[in-house]
Design a protein around this ligand. Structure first.
Ligand code: GLN
Length: 518
């Protein structure tokens, strides 16, 4: 077909639908605003209220208070992806959910420019809501650009992932300087301005996205999703009700022995787990049931991966700050710069890693998503070997070389590239179409729980020391990843060949999975 006859959403750039680049840029600006603001958060909360430097007054909190809020915040932004996904599936579709999320994010970052404490909490609340609406749904939309079996999907997600990290890299490089010169609230304001850019880009790019993220609903269809109906059916399913009851007991224990925050979290997770059980029960074929189950099992890998990986912002960050020799040619590299290594490595290696996997797949070698994810855990875990070496060197000489950190972040990044964009793509292949956004939301919630686990593991270093914690993570992750590889065959059977027939597709064929799967 001649290129001129193609509709905008069918047009390609570098072999990918142009819609991918619209989503890439939107997500890039969204991640800039998210990571820029995240980089400031703990520093702002702990800065003195006197405002005795150019950055202006902070909140004067203790680091314990600040880290506690930070832990909840970074978890909640991702956990809110569940309601964000449900709203898209049930009410407005992914495209409008992304639009709404982007608008809320602009308002949220705008509110954070104000100096009042109410504005601080309101701004955080709005950012959590905005990310919850935008993040899972924009990822599902990327999947929607490809038909089932289109081999370009994984690579498309890798390109999208570069956008994410470009946003994060730019943010970590620019926001610090803006704050040093113009103060905290200018930093928050910058996050708001770039989010406005993201919104404009998304609105202007709509003609390339006509086929994806639309709300499909037929109220007369007896199979139409109704979460209310699913919950009411729980009460006529004795086995599911029993499982839900056991989970609820966990909630009560969490409430009693921990605090109300954990209690509420467990209550929310109980509600979600009950919903997932009912969805499983209601799915009308064994193929869908098995695929649903294998997705949930793969989320266990996701929690373990992020639980280890997210030491980057916590324990490894502190280690860089206090125990690493950061001198290079007479200049001391600032600790925060090490946070850019991950994003930089992603940008350098994302397409390479994706191409290696695509070539393996075309040659008929093992390249299933489950295999990549398990291997990703092992490779990332292996990165902790270098942190073990760093801890050994520190114990011997009182300081450790930064090369260990560079190597650790390199392995962490290659592991991330094997699991994170792959998992996004995998979900869009396996989730039942009418629950696609919900499942993406559950995935992000799993990464959010991983963040929380990371905080808990990182804190244990004050009791056991870094050497023990880094070695523990190394051993645990390598064992878990290997176990998943051992059970790869039965797991893959549960996907019922969802990835077996992937092939090259082009322009007019690739009209998105809503068209393809129905
Ligand atoms: N760094 C990635 C992002 O910002 C992954 C985050 C996650 O899955 N929790 O999108």
């Amino acid at each position: 077909m001649a290129a001129t006859a193609l509709k905008p959403h069918q047009r390609e750039l570098f072999g990918q639908p142009i819609g991918l680049y619209i989503l890439f840029l939107t997500e890039m600006w969204e991640r800039f605003s998210y990571y820029g603001m995240r980089a400031l958060l703990v520093l702002y909360m702990t800065a003195s209220t006197l405002g005795d430097d150019d950055r202006g007054a902070g909140l004067g909190w203790t680091s314990k208070e600040a880290l506690a809020l930070y832990g909840w915040y970074t978890m909640l932004v991702y956990v809110m992806s569940i309601p964000g996904g449900m709203i898209a599936d049930k009410l407005i579709g992914q495209k409008k959910a992304v639009l709404l999320g982007a608008i809320i994010l602009c308002v949220g970052h705008g509110v954070l420019v104000l100096t009042d404490i109410w504005a601080f909490y309101a701004g955080l609340g709005l950012v959590i809501t905005g990310v919850g609406l935008l993040k899972p749904n924009i990822s599902t939309m990327v999947g929607g650009l490809y038909k089932q079996g289109d081999i370009r999907r994984d690579k498309g997600f890798s390109i999208f992932y570069i956008g994410i990290n470009l946003g994060s890299l730019l943010a970590t490089m620019i926001v610090g300087g803006v704050v040093a010169k113009w103060g905290w609230h200018a930093g928050f304001g910058l996050a708001g301005i770039v989010m406005v850019l993201g919104l404009i880009n998304y609105v202007l790019g709509q003609k390339y996205l006509t086929q994806v993220g639309n709300f499909v609903s037929d109220k007369n269809d007896p199979n139409e999703v109704s979460y209310g109906k699913l919950y009411s059916k729980l009460f006529s399913s004795p086995r599911q009700l029993l499982y839900a009851g056991i989970l609820l007991l966990g909630t009560v224990i969490g409430w009693y022995y921990m605090d109300w925050g954990y209690g509420l979290l467990f209550l929310f997770l109980t509600a979600i787990a009950s919903l997932l059980m009912m969805i499983y029960k209601e799915l009308d074929s064994q193929v869908f049931k098995d695929r649903f189950m294998v997705l949930l099992l793969s989320f266990i890998m996701v929690i373990i991966f992020w639980g280890a990986f997210e030491q980057a912002g916590g324990l490894m960050n502190l280690y860089t700050d206090t125990k690493t020799n950061r001198m290079l040619l007479g200049w001391e590299i600032p600790t925060v710069m090490f946070q850019s290594l991950n994003a930089g490595f992603i940008i350098l290696f994302a397409t390479l890693v994706a191409s290696i996997w695509a070539k393996r797949k075309l040659k008929g070698k093992e390249a299933s998503s489950l295999f990549k994810m398990a291997l990703g855990i092992i490779i990332m875990g292996f990165g902790f070997l270098f942190m073990v070496f760093a801890a050994m060197e520190f114990e011997k000489s009182g300081s450790s070389s930064m090369i260990w950190l560079v190597l650790a972040y390199f392995f962490h990044t290659i592991g991330e590239l094997c699991i994170s964009p792959v998992a996004l793509s995998f979900i869009t292949k396996l989730a039942p179409v009418k629950y696609a956004s919900l499942m993406m939301g559950v995935y992000f919630a799993a990464t959010g729980l991983g963040n929380k686990v990371a905080g808990i593991v990182g804190e244990s270093a004050s009791d056991y020391g870094e050497y023990a914690v880094f070695s523990g993570i190394l051993i645990f992750t390598v064992i878990i990843g290997s176990l998943f590889i051992l059970i790869l065959k039965p797991l893959k059977r549960l996907t019922h060949g969802a990835e077996d027939k992937e092939r090259m597709m082009h322009s007019d064929e690739a009209e998105g999975f809503e068209l393809a799967d129905n």
